[in-house]
Design a protein around this ligand. Structure first.
Ligand SMILES: Cc1ncc(COP(=O)(O)O)c(C=O)c1O
Length: 442
């Protein structure tokens, strides 16, 4: 099937699965998994997504044919280096960066963020200020808090409003002439809020501060354009957007050069190489090229990019098509979840505000702890999460830390509407007949 409709992935109706979605799902071997005689539902996307065949084939191919260390004067090393270069070029295309030297790979986002924050810390002095938020994953908070202790910098907090969006009055109050870094997330891994980071970058730059954007949760859901955002740094994690376990750092060329990384002496002094400590996992980078091939296929097949379009154009088209498709899932999930007796959903619940969220939902269920709910769903072959998922400050700000946090379910483009119905049926069953009358646990 060939289609140029931007929402071609979206099933025509809420039930069943149309041909386009069947083709997409067919690319993911893991989706064929069964749970006894039932289906298996991966609603744990926020924790990590499944990978397409192209990724698996590229990883295997690398290990079978070009497994070698960097910069050797022999064929397999040259082939391996070509794959590494291609992965950088693909990542630059995915993020719309200026070029491959503006992106660096690492073990994961957390490790990269500690490396960058430590290195930036060497340039800071007592009295300098860093702004962090209570909506962020702790990986974009704890590394900056460490500088408070080590360098005497002052950390300023941006709180949240009732709908789990950032409090801009707080942000305005927090920014000033001493602000050096504003660390903020693009989308919340707990409640799905999308932050207006373009506006935040402008506000930060207006006071001369650098921005460090955590785009890990945005990765599978929406286009990320570092050039349009004009951010100084941005991090994400390929294993959250249909790739292998890796972290990915973008930095403006002048920032990557200006900040002195912790590195071995023979490693490059400029560009991405100075941030990539030790030997890269070649098979994972090769696998990521497969992920970009898959996404480019989505862009061409369903996103309106023509066959001759450059990869960058195809990737952007793919992420736009995915975003449109996910709106349908978000609306369906929002309506269905709100109909479950005793279920309290946090975050943006207004269906008119789908532009401000991705389809990641966190909730409590009256009369059951979040862990009991997640375990009961797990028994039914539905993978979800419970606790704080390292959205450490948010769960505390909501007063839910003592009661076990919240259940989190996340949908990505390969999820089917009927998985939402299956989830909701299971939740009604788990809630039991008394749920409607029980007080919410929060
Ligand atoms: C929003 C967000 N930021 C950061 C991280 C940490 O990413 P990594 O596992 O690559 O260190 C996660 C992981 O769940 C996340 O969801």
């Amino acid at each position: 099937m060939t289609s140029t409709s931007p929402n071609a992935l979206a099933p025509a109706n809420g039930s069943g699965i149309d041909a386009a979605l069947a083709r997409v799902r067919g690319e993911f071997p893991a989706l064929a998994r069964r749970h006894g005689n039932q289906e298996y539902s991966y609603l744990d996307g926020p924790g990590g997504t499944q990978v397409p065949r192209a990724t698996i084939a590229a990883m295997t191919g690398y290990l079978e044919r070009s497994n070698a260390n960097h910069e050797g004067a022999f064929a397999t090393s040259e082939e391996s280096d070509a794959r590494l270069a291609e992965a950088h070029a693909g990542a630059a295309d995915f993020l719309n960066a200026g070029g491959p030297d503006e992106v660096a790979f690492g073990q994961n986002m957390t490790t990269l963020t500690f490396a960058v924050s430590r290195a930036i810390g060497r340039m800071l002095k007592a009295g300098d200020e860093i702004v962090v938020t209570r909506l962020d994953h702790d990986a974009n908070v704890a590394p900056w808090l460490a500088l408070q202790e080590e360098r005497g910098v002052t950390v300023r907090w941006v709180g949240i409003r009732d709908d789990c969006s950032l409090d801009f009055r707080d942000l305005e109050r927090s920014l000033g002439p001493r602000t050096r870094i504003v660390a903020v997330g693009l989308a919340s891994n707990a409640v799905g809020t999308i932050n207006p980071v373009g506006r935040i970058v402008e506000m930060a730059h207006a006071v001369g501060a650098w921005t460090y954007i955590d785009a890990v949760h945005a990765g599978p859901h929406m286009p990320i354009d570092v050039s349009a955002l004009d951010t100084d740094f941005l991090v994400c994690s390929p294993y959250k957007f249909f790739g292998p376990h890796l972290g990915l750092l973008y930095g403006k060329p002048e920032r990557l050069d200006q900040v002195a990384s912790y590195k071995v002496r023979p490693a490059p002094d400029t560009g991405s190489g100075k941030w990539e400590t030790g030997t890269l996992p070649g098979e994972a980078l090769a696998g990521l090229i497969g992920t970009f091939d898959y996404l480019a296929w989505i862009g061409r097949e369903f996103g309106g990019a023509d066959d001759a379009a450059p990869r960058r154009t195809a990737l952007a088209a793919a992420m736009r098509a995915i975003r449109v498709t996910e709106r349908g899932l978000a609306l369906h999930a929002l309506t269905a979840l709100q109909g479950v007796p005793g279920l309290t959903l946090r975050g943006i619940v207004d269906p008119e505000r789908l532009d401000e969220r991705v389809p990641t939902f966190a909730f409590t269920l009256a009369g059951r702890t979040p862990h009991e709910v997640a375990a009961a769903l797990g028994e039914r072959g539905i993978a979800t999460w419970d606790g704080d998922y390292y959205a450490f400050e948010l769960i505390r700000a909501l007063g839910l830390a003592e009661s076990g946090g919240m259940v989190r379910v996340g949908f990505v483009h390969y999820n089917e509407p009927r998985e939402i119905d299956r989830l909701v049926d299971a939740l009604r069953d788990i809630a039991g007949p008394t749920a409607a009358g029980s007080p919410p646990r929060s």
